[in-house]
Design a protein around this ligand. Structure first.
Ligand SMILES: NC(=O)c1ccc[n+]([C@@H]2O[C@H](COP(=O)([O-])OP(=O)(O)OC[C@H]3O[C@@H](n4cnc5c(N)ncnc54)[C@H](O)[C@@H]3O)[C@@H](O)[C@H]2O)c1
Length: 348
């Protein structure tokens, strides 16, 4: 299947490293970017064609568009691609509002094409191992858990950090999908939420000397705390923030009535898993990654998508996950502090 990449920024090179491992089945044929210089540079480095964004979306030679633009452009690029008969693999989040999500969902159905989305880290070895441990009842019956992504933002390292502080950026829509997707894959759908959020800093100082602006006005909340109640009744505490200097560990822990499991960070494809030993009263390493090169796996979701399309095994369940994550994020983001548990209404 022929692939076209739209958005030739920071993450596009990591995708190419991953996708080049599957050259037999997947051909990255072309790239496009709103900034033609970036597209030309990427096409030269990877020996592929440069197209304009419109040419890519209309091209008969492209079967799948990989959407690696910033979050604010995800909807428009994915929607136009689906409308023109292309399958899409989108970076997260798939969209920023329920209305956009509904348009993507109906266009996908009407045109008989598929929209898959990042994160795909749950396809990595560490999450597979964690699922095996959970389903074999290694920690007994699950009673709760804790999911946390805490950092002081991206302005220290990202070459274009501004979009992380505008609508569609921020820790909930940017990092939330990793933790929420892992939880939904492990525990099933979320039924109700309680949320709290705030903007701690009005401005962010850009520390990366390579960026040509020094300050970012923050438009959105950057500190979120919530409770997620799953259909199974399990309640997870959930924190995602760009406002904390000292990162908080654990990233993802699941508690059972027999023991507790510390999963690998769902932001990565692989990592270490620990189980709590009640007798020794300490964490014991139960799995470690044989490969410290995390980038190795970027693109795994695209490979998974291509295989499912070729083998006619696309599952409605898998297609629904990014839409459910959008419902959960929109519910947390619009949570009114005076209300109790807010139901996640299935909208797709
Ligand atoms: N950088 C990372 O570490 C990382 C990791 C995982 C996921 N992501 C996700 O990947 C996506 C891209 O992030 P990035 O870090 O590569 O950003 P980036 O700003 O480095 O690159 C985005 C590229 O998209 C182009 N672009 C912007 N609007 C466009 C449009 N309407 N049409 C065509 N091209 C357009 C820009 O010119 C730029 O080259 C985001 O959704 C981000 O959340 C990034």
């Amino acid at each position: 299947m022929n692939i076209g990449i739209i958005g030739c920024g920071s993450i596009s090179n990591q995708y190419m490293i991953g996708l080049n491992k599957y050259k037999k089945d997947i051909e990255v044929a072309a790239c496009a970017d709103i900034d033609k210089n970036k597209a030309d540079q990427f096409s030269n480095e990877n020996n592929i064609k440069t197209l304009s964004v419109d040419e890519m979306i209309l091209s008969d030679e492209i079967d799948i568009v990989i959407n690696l633009t910033p979050p604010l452009s995800h909807f428009e690029i994915s929607y136009k691609s689906l409308k023109n008969g292309k399958h899409v693999f989108s970076e997260k989040p798939i969209a920023l509002t329920i209305d956009e999500g509904k348009k993507l969902f109906s266009t996908m159905k009407e045109n008989n094409v598929y929209l898959y989305a990042a994160p795909d880290t749950f396809l990595g070895p560490a999450f597979k191992k964690a699922q095996e441990l959970l389903s074999s009842k290694k920690i007994g019956k699950i009673i709760g858990g804790s999911a946390n992504f805490t950092s002081h933002g991206v302005e220290g390292w990202h070459p274009n950090p501004e979009f992380y502080y505008k609508k569609g950026g921020g820790p909930l829509f940017d990092m939330g999908p990793y933790y929420l997707t892992a939880l939904v894959k492990a525990l099933g759908p979320v039924q109700e939420v309680i949320g709290y959020s705030k903007k701690t800093f009005e401005k962010r100082n850009v520390e990366n000397p390579e960026v040509n602006y020094r300050e970012i006005n923050v438009d959105i909340d950057t500190h979120y705390f919530g409770l997620l109640k799953f259909k199974s009744g399990i309640i997870i505490d959930f924190q995602v923030t760009f406002d904390i200097w000292k990162p908080y560990d654990p990233k993802l822990e699941i508690y059972g009535d027999e023991s507790s499991l510390k999963l690998a960070d769902p932001n990565n494809y692989d990592g270490e898993i620990f189980i709590f030993d009640k007798e020794l009263y300490q964490w014991e390493l139960i799995y470690s990654s044989p490969d410290s090169q995390n980038n190795f796996y970027r693109g795994l979701g695209v490979v998974n998508m291509v295989e499912a399309i070729k083998n006619n095994t696309v599952s409605e369940d898998e297609l629904s996950v990014p839409f459910h994550i959008l419902e959960v994020m929109c519910s947390l983001d619009s949570y009114n502090l005076d209300s109790g548990w807010k139901k996640i209404i299935q909208q797709f």
